[in-house]
Design a protein. Structure first.
Length: 97
């Protein structure tokens, strides 16, 4: 599954398909239909893996939503800036840099 996410399998099959097409021009050893399905499956596997990647990367982070911000008009900009600073600081500190 990891090789499919990185596109290794897709690239190997595409190169093999191109070699067969160029070396045997009068035959139909290349298969465009199979190539399309491999590219679609690779794209779907990449999209499906985003949740697991996001959960591993955001395990130690807390993100302030808009409902967490102060709604006072006079200090709304300062509140937004302080929430962003806290978010950046928590990301830097959680990685131990």
């Amino acid at each position: 599954m990891a090789a499919l996410n990185r596109g290794v399998f897709t690239i190997v099959f595409t190169v093999l398909n191109m070699v067969l097409f160029l070396t045997m021009p009068g035959t139909y050893y290349f298969s465009i239909g199979l190539l399309v399905s491999i590219h679609v499956n690779s794209m779907l596997a990449t999209l499906n893996s985003r949740d697991s990647i996001r959960s591993r990367l955001d395990k130690n982070h807390t993100i302030a939503g808009l409902s967490d911000l102060d709604r006072d008009a006079s200090s709304s900009m300062a509140s937004v800036q302080s929430a962003l600073v806290r978010r950046i600081q928590s990301r830097v500190q959680s990685h131990g840099y």
